[in-house]
Design a protein around this ligand. Structure first.
Ligand code: ASP
Length: 413
């Protein structure tokens, strides 16, 4: 019997995972819950571990190859600047949407919480410890490459790879062999990713099952309005704004894009980690969306750590939500601070689950809002992390298409 395509298998797996999770939450399933969850955890973790296994060599080899292949200096410069401009612009738009949605739908109105009473009394536009954050962020960038590779510190790996890639460009023909080695390493990693993806239907089903079965439903209901506003505005960014930018710049049909990126979007949704999804994102960008290898290898791994529209949007909306819970209206100056810190937080956040929570603390601190509020956001974070990670990853794939159009060498596209 011929199996359905991988995409269809993944969709079926996700539906089964959702249904299984819902069933496990029903009273009738109680006796078997521990066993089923144990099995699901095993399978889900196996899938994630396999993706993580190829992650570091793949990111390293991809960026070195990507940069080295952008040989012509002129082109390299254009790709760089277009990529960064795209990242900052779309994150800025995402933050504005987060603010807009929080102002328009006002989640948190009338929900003023006793727990923040003290913090509210002490509220003052505190001096932010932003310089500390920046100092720490800068120190993490440049590391011993072996340490960065061994610890899987992706941002540092990206930086080392950028240096090596640039050195290969400057060194020219003489170092052709290393360039070829990296390119072959990348191809081999992608081949392994192809094998791992055969497990995706099962792995994603197991992860979704756990997600649904272990949610605190009462909490979800009480914070329903905020959840709906965040998910709604993130979807608006992912389904309207980003596809519109894609269409305006490249005339690429959003439908075709969704088809080509589905594997990566679903994996991001279920794993809540742009880093773990990165191997799949690269595969989709190169093989399904047909972005040139040098551009995809440069934009996608960089985007996975730097470009996080969903996270930035979430942090802006959540800051206003928490302010409202604490009975505080943030003035324009404070909102501007939130804007920059949310962007910085999204850039500095590695693409792993719930890491947005850490930079959320920074955002709250920067404008003197009570950081205890994290206690409210944490229980619902797993659910919000799904959509925002998918949009983070979508931004990277759309970024590659846009950069290819605007900065790719016309002769080669
Ligand atoms: N989970 C997100 C990601 O990996 C980061 C975040 O927590 O916002 O893209």
């Amino acid at each position: 019997m011929k199996l359905p395509s991988l995409n269809t298998q993944i969709l079926i797996g996700c539906l089964l995972g959702l249904a299984g999770g819902a069933w496990l939450s029903s009273p009738g399933a109680a006796p078997v819950v521990p066993e089923v969850l144990y099995g699901a955890r095993m399978v889900g973790n196996l899938f994630l571990d396999l993706l993580r296994m190829v992650l570091v060599p793949l990111v390293f080899a991809s960026i070195v190859t990507g940069v080295a292949n952008l040989r012509a200096h002129d082109q390299m410069h254009r790709v760089w600047t277009t990529t960064l401009a795209f990242f900052f612009l779309t994150m800025g738009v995402a933050i504005v949407i987060g603010f807009g949605a929080a102002h328009l739908f006002r989640p948190g109105d009338g929900l003023q919480l006793e727990m923040f009473a003290e913090a509210t009394r002490n509220y003052q536009a505190r001096q932010m410890p932003l310089p500390d954050y920046i100092a720490q962020f800068m120190r993490g960038l440049f590391q011993n490459p072996f340490k960065a590779l061994a610890q899987g510190d992706i941002l540092a790996v990206v930086i080392v790879a950028l240096f090596l890639g640039i050195a290969l460009v400057v060194g020219g023909e003489r170092y052709r062999n290393i360039g070829r080695l990296m390119s072959e390493l990348q191809e081999l990693c992608l081949m392994v990713v192809g094998w791992i993806m055969r497990l995706a239907p099962l792995g994603l089903a197991a992860l979704l099952l756990q997600l649904v079965a272990t949610q605190n439903h009462a909490m979800l209901l009480s914070l329903g309005h905020f959840i709906a506003v965040v998910i709604g505005s993130t979807l608006f960014h992912g389904l309207v704004v980003l596809p519109l930018i894609l269409w305006l710049v490249t005339r690429h049909s959003p439908w075709q894009f969704l088809k080509g990126s589905r594997e990566a979007l679903l994996t991001a949704f279920v794993t809540s980690s742009s880093a773990a999804t990165l191997p799949v994102t690269l595969r989709c960008t190169e093989q399904h969306l047909h972005v040139r290898k040098d551009i995809a290898s440069f934009v996608v791994p960089l985007g996975a750590t730097v470009n996080m529209d969903g996270t930035a949007l979430y942090e802006a909306a959540a800051a206003l939500f928490i302010a409202r819970l604490a009975g505080i209206e943030l003035d324009i100056a404070s909102q501007l601070i939130v804007f920059f810190v949310a962007m910085l937080g999204a850039i500095g956040a590695p693409g792993i689950p719930s890491v947005g929570m850490l930079s959320m603390v920074l955002v709250l601190e920067s404008v003197g809002l009570p950081t205890e509020a994290i206690a409210i956001l944490l229980p619902i974070d797993r659910i919000l992390d799904t959509v925002r990670t998918a949009v983070n990853v979508e931004g990277d794939m759309i970024g590659s298409l846009v950069v290819q159009k605007l900065a790719g060498d016309a002769r080669e596209t």
